[in-house]
Design a protein. Structure first.
Length: 201
């Protein structure tokens, strides 16, 4: 991975999971924060990433569709909001999670390509997932057959077992953490890893 900073990788978990506000796919745009996150990210990361658009925002970060300038790779670029980037504990947890997930090289676990900090902007480049999550699939289509559930959960359970074999606890398992990729893969996402979870090796 690229330049590393000690810390976090998926927003710090406080009371429950961070509320995700989607900016497309027909879901409401309501960040509660009119801060120009795309300008903030572009100003610091332009030499490394060509930021195309904001695709999601949580209470602590923005996620952009971006292109790695040198590799030409399309990524989901997660950037901590400025108000969070000033908190050393949260930035530490952000990069800690990135490093923990990066160790989990497995086809059913979201890939982390890079993380670091540039001009005070804390970022993480992840695999750009295309499809939907299990929670939304159930909301849209209703109950799933037992055969479909088994087909979806079997690879997710295999991925979770791989996580545990690497002495890491996911910490945030729920239906929205299981992503149904357009290419047919079932991807485990939404890690809520906390500092101190990883076993000493």
């Amino acid at each position: 991975m690229g330049s590393k900073a000690a810390g976090n990788a998926e927003e710090p978990q406080q009371s429950g999971s961070p509320k995700i506000i989607y900016l497309q796919n027909g879901l409401p745009v309501d960040s509660g924060d009119n801060f120009d996150s795309i300008g903030y990210a572009k100003s610091a990361l332009a030499s490394k990433y060509d930021i195309i658009e904001e695709i999601a925002r949580t209470e602590t970060s923005s996620v952009f569709r971006a292109i790695h300038v040198q590799l030409g790779r399309e990524v989901a670029l997660k950037v901590l909001l400025r108000k969070v980037a000033q908190d050393r504990e949260r930035t530490g947890l952000f990069h800690f999670r990135a490093r923990a997930i990066d160790k989990l090289s497995q086809s059913n676990i979201v890939r982390i390509y890079d993380d670091g900090v540039d001009s005070g902007v804390h970022y993480m480049a992840m695999e750009l997932l295309k499809g939907t999550d299990l929670e939304r699939r159930i909301t849209e289509r209703g109950n799933l057959s037992s055969e479909v559930v088994v087909a979806m959960l079997t690879p997710a359970i295999g991925a979770l077992s791989h996580v545990h074999r690497n002495a890491i606890v996911h910490g945030n398992i729920k239906s929205s953490s299981i992503f149904l990729h357009r290419d047919g893969r079932i991807i485990l996402t939404g890690f809520g890893i906390q500092l101190g979870i990883e076993a000493t090796r």
